[in-house]
Design a protein around this ligand. Structure first.
Ligand code: HEC
Length: 141
């Protein structure tokens, strides 16, 4: 499949890209606005990482890796064809980095947290670029 075509297909769901809004006439509103399990999981992961950032800035450490994050491997996507081998590789990479935050010494926390956020961004660069500016806000400067 040509790259541009797969990009367009990938970006049909509501969550990824504001450009999608222009497609609203073509796709039925009902399927367009329905939130997928994956989109809900992503929003939760976003909140947990925002809370982690806050904890780290306060000199505290995040305590418990949320096991439900592993649902990234199974959660239903807006577009099920997104679940490719590279998606799996990015998921594994992200989960590995996420776990490392919860096992980190105090002095490595900022670096490890930023590694997590960069692994969110890496996957998003390949699959849905829309939320990247929002995700970047999770980085600790
Ligand atoms: C393995 C790839 C991958 C990784 C890693 C990943 N994402 Fe996503 N993200 C996606 C996909 C795909 C979607 C679209 C989900 C859908 O529509 O079903 C998405 C959607 C989102 C959305 C939009 C949700 C909405 O409906 O508004 C946000 C925000 C988001 N991700 C944040 C994050 C954050 C924060 C991280 C890291 C903590 C992260 N993502 C890691 C692939 C990924």
């Amino acid at each position: 499949m040509p790259k541009t075509l797969s990009f367009v297909l990938i970006c049909l769901g509501i969550s990824c890209n504001s450009e999608r809004k222009q497609k609203v006439e073509i796709y039925s509103k009902e399927s367009f606005y329905k939130q997928s399990e994956m989109a809900a999981l992503m929003l939760w992961m976003y909140d947990v990482n925002a809370a982690n950032k806050q904890l780290i800035l306060e000199g505290k450490s995040p305590k418990h890796f949320p096991k439900d994050f592993l649902k990234i491997h199974t959660a239903q996507l807006t577009d099920s064809t997104d679940r490719t081998l590279s998606f799996k590789a990015f998921s594994d990479y992200y989960i590995r980095n996420m776990k490392a935050v919860f096992e980190s010494s105090q002095e490595s926390l900022t670096r490890r947290h930023n590694t997590v956020i960069n692994s969110c961004i890496s996957c998003h660069q390949t699959i849905c670029i829309g939320p990247i500016p929002k995700i970047k806000k999770l980085l600790i400067k």
